[in-house]
Design a protein. Structure first.
Length: 304
């Protein structure tokens, strides 16, 4: 079979470990030249190390592929732009970007520090913007390109103790849709993946109770390699008519997520007052209210 990414140049951020690593390996196996970006920090973003990215590059080369390591942070505009420059410097062009880099600073909302909130927003949301913005100019000129951004059910559905992460991940959905709308005229695509997989970041989930331990064991069955095929597909020419969508990947399941649209409406010809809203509008709308669900409430069955 023909390789789906033959001749393409791809950036994968946060590619030193976990989901990013598997995406980089598969993209290379599918014929792409890959910029393996990862500053090598801890799960909370602290520290740096060249080792993770270098090890992935070495693995790609052992398998006969082409890759280069890059250690810039996505959390600042100028370093993020240098990731894009690395692709053009080494491979002469850029065809796709996977915005996968991320950190976690989980804390219940009233205890969350401003620094913890801003740090997560900078890596996930601002990082996705910075890298995409630098790449967008190239994509506009060549009238082609694909963005794959990573969102999460923490934002799409909800979760405890992740206000920073959820805000960033839902913001990425808006960013992706805006890119899709603004750049469709230039044949540039933008989509989101919400992954269900065991990774270093998921490894921060508490395992103090038996229920928590059982939950983590189930998550461990969902390997990060299961996410990579969807990312590679969205980067390929086979997905030329796929843009502005949100996909979920959970072991061997693929989901297409809904996007916000009106559910119900009420009207009064004379307009509304606070009193008539309480008497009329809310009783009519409440049957369609969403519960305070978490991701685990919605995806309550074992991964298939």
């Amino acid at each position: 079979m023909a390789k789906s990414l033959e001749g393409k140049s791809i950036i994968v951020t946060g590619a030193g470990r976990g989901i990013g690593r598997e995406i980089a390996l598969l993209c290379a196996a599918e014929g792409a030249k890959v910029v393996v970006n990862d500053p090598g920090g801890a799960a909370d973003g602290s520290g740096t190390s060249a080792t993770p990215a270098e090890e992935v590059v070495e693995e790609i080369k052992k398998r006969g592929g082409t890759a280069v390591a890059n250690f810039e942070t996505v959390a600042e505009a100028i370093p993020a732009s240098r990731i894009v420059k690395a692709a053009t410097d080494h491979f002469g062009k850029l065809d796709g970007v996977v915005n996968n880099a991320g950190i976690l600073r989980d804390m219940i909302f009233h205890r969350m520090s401003v620094e913890a909130f801003e740090a997560v927003i900078k890596v996930h949301l601002m990082g996705s913007f910075y890298v995409s913005h630098a790449a967008a100019r190239l994509f506009r000129e060549q009238e082609s390109g694909s963005f794959v951004h990573f969102t999460s059910t923490s934002g799409l559905v909800g979760n405890f103790g992740q206000a920073n992460y959820a805000a960033a991940k839902l913001g990425i959905v808006g960013l992706s849709k805006s890119i899709a709308l603004d750049m469709s005229r230039f044949n540039v695509r933008s989509n989101c993946i919400s992954p269900f997989a065991w990774s270093r970041l998921i490894g921060t989930i508490p395992t103090e109770t038996e229920a928590e331990k059982a939950r983590v064991e189930k998550i461990k069955q969902m390997g990060p390699e299961k996410i990579a095929p969807m990312a590679a597909y969205l980067l390929s020419d086979a997905a030329k008519d796929v843009t502005g969508q949100i996909f979920g990947v959970r072991r061997n399941e693929i989901f297409l997520f809904s996007q916000n649209r009106p559910l119900r409406s009420v009207q009064r010809s004379e307009g509304w007052t606070p009193q008539t809203i309480a008497e009329h509008a809310m009783p009519a709308l409440k049957p369609s209210f969403y519960k305070l669900d978490r991701s685990a409430d919605i995806f309550s069955w074992d991964a298939i």
